[in-house]
Structures are given as structure tokens and as C-alpha cells.
Design a protein around this ligand. Structure first.
Ligand SMILES: [Zn+2]
Length: 276
């Protein structure tokens, strides 16, 4: 099939649905410089991300998480919305996109102008104390960590979700942050692997899906069940499902339309045709 024929299928799909629920994943943010966890076959590209139990019970894992997060933060905050984020914002402004649910924690959809966004896995720019519940801005914690780690200068590569690769020996010298009020453990306000999406947030997304007439998945391999379950729900409800992703996804068998490709390029074109 030619590239034009593929693009035309998505254009027609976008043009033919008035109430669309969209689910986005890491593939939407890679063009912004935030790497993806998985390759084209949905397999881990690198060491698997931190599991919540290890984070809570192993001080070395807690320290490693925060050392990497600290080193990766400048690059993470420098990321700006790309064509994919702008296409979703334009689609919403045009009317037919009624709910955007993202698995990303970078808030780039909101920065591109999307309003009806559910951050399914939370947001990395907030930090919560696991003991007293105190909430702080991640940017403020970055300052606190900088003060406590004046001599600490890791040479690092950027990794997914504001993370960075650092040698284990270097990590041992990093002073991990604690709550300034109660000395409890701090965690970014994101859903870690091994954790569930908060019940109310999931219910809000389900309610939006119930009011939609079609589901689009963009830039997600759907390997995480919290995202994949919306595809299953949509399929059970008989909704048309389209998937735009570079590489295989867990939902391919349930989708009536699968577009292999870059989300930004394909969706920009499809949404532009809608406005024309
Ligand atoms: Zn606390």
C-alpha cells in the first residue's frame, strides 16, 4: 500500500467520528526528546523501570531513582511539545476529540493547548510525601537536591520519564531527598510499575469512554494494562478502534485500522484535512 493510501485511511477515520476518545503514550513524546521504554516489538530497550515495592523497601533503589531523576530533570524540562501534541490540541479545538487520556507524565499535551486531558499515570512535575501527604513542586525539590548534592556531577545519558543512566558507584554518593516536614519517603506523583491507577481517575476515563463513539490510540505499544484495558472496553462496546504507532501493539488484533508510522506526521495531516 502506498503512503498516500495509508494517510487517506486515517484522514477518513478522523473525519467520520464526532466524539473520539484518544489514548496516547510515549511515542507521542519521543520527538520532543523524551525517549521511549520499548522498541518496535514492545520489548524493553533497557533496564526495566523501577517497581514500586523495591522503591519503597530498598534504600538503594530509592537513592538510585532520585539520583537518576535529578540528573535527568534539566533535559526533561527542556522538552517542548511537538507536532503530535499540536495535532491533538487542534483536533480538540475543532470539536470531535472529546477526551484525551495520556500515559505520559510530561504534561506536553497541556502545554500544547489540550484542555480535556486525563494524566492516567500522573504528572512528574509534582512530588508527594508518602508519610504525611505533603505535596511539593518537583522544580522546588530539584533545588533542594542541588543544595544537598553540591559536589555531585554525574556524566549521564538521558533515559525515559526524566530518568538518566549513571554508574552505580556514583549513585552511592548521592544524598536522596526526604520530606522536609516529616522525613518520609518522597515520590513523584506518578503511577509506578506495580501500582494501580487511582480509582477515581480511572472512573473518569471510563465515563468519558462511555460517551465516545470511537477510540484512537497514538504512540503506545499498549504493553501496560492500564492503557490496554481501554482498548478492550472499547472493543467490547463495539466502538471503532484506530491505532497509530511505530511498531506492533498489544491492541492490533482489536483495531479496525492500524497505521504504522509517526504520530506527529500522520495525525497532523488527518486533522488538517478536518479543519479544511
Ligand atoms: Zn512528609
Amino acid at each position: 500500500m502506498t503512503r498516500d493510501a495509508i494517510d487517506d485511511r486515517l484522514r477518513r477515520w478522523v473525519a467520520s467520528h464526532r466524539r473520539v476518545f484518544a489514548l496516547t503514550g510515549a511515542g507521542c513524546s519521543t520527538a520532543s526528546g523524551i525517549p521511549d521504554y520499548r522498541d518496535d516489538r514492545g520489548e524493553w530497550k533497557r533496564r526495566a523501570p523501577v517497581m514500586i515495592q523495591a522503591f519503597l523497601t530498598q534504600p538503594a533503589v530509592y537513592r538510585r531513582y532520585w539520583a537518576r531523576a535529578y540528573a535527568g530533570w534539566p533535559r526533561f524540562t527542556a522538552a517542548a511539545p511537538n507536532a503530535a501534541h499540536r495535532a491533538f490540541a487542534a483536533w480538540e479545538a475543532a470539536g470531535p476529540l472529546v477526551q484525551l487520556v495520556t500515559q505520559n507524565v510530561d504534561r506536553l499535551h497541556q502545554r500544547a493547548g489540550s484542555r480535556t486531558v486525563i494524566d492516567l499515570h500522573g504528572r512528574l512535575d509534582n512530588v508527594v510525601c508518602l508519610r504525611c501527604g505533603d505535596r511539593t513542586a518537583r522544580v522546588a525539590l530539584q533545588e533542594t537536591m542541588a543544595d544537598a548534592n553540591r559536589a555531585w556531577r554525574p556524566e549521564s545519558a538521558t533515559a525515559p520519564d526524566g530518568d538518566a543512566d549513571i554508574d552505580d558507584a556514583v549513585i552511592e554518593s548521592f544524598a536522596a531527598p526526604r520530606c522536609e516536614r516529616c522525613a518520609g519517603l518522597l515520590k513523584p506523583d506518578v503511577v509506578f510499575f506495580g501500582e494501580n491507577v487511582p480509582r477515581e481517575r480511572y472512573a473518569d476515563a471510563c465515563e468519558a469512554l462511555a460517551g465516545a463513539e470511537a477510540l484512537l490510540v497514538a504512540g503506545s505499544s499498549l504493553m501496560v494494562y492500564s492503557g490496554f484495558r481501554f482498548v478492550r472496553l472499547a472493543h467490547e462496546a463495539g466502538l471503532p478502534i484506530a491505532i497509530v504507532n511505530r511498531g506492533r501493539t498489544r491492541g492490533d488484533d482489536l483495531a479496525g485500522l492500524k497505521i504504522e508510522g509517526d504520530v506527529g506526521a500522520t495525525l497532523t495531516e488527518a486533522v488538517a484535512a478536518l479543519a479544511a
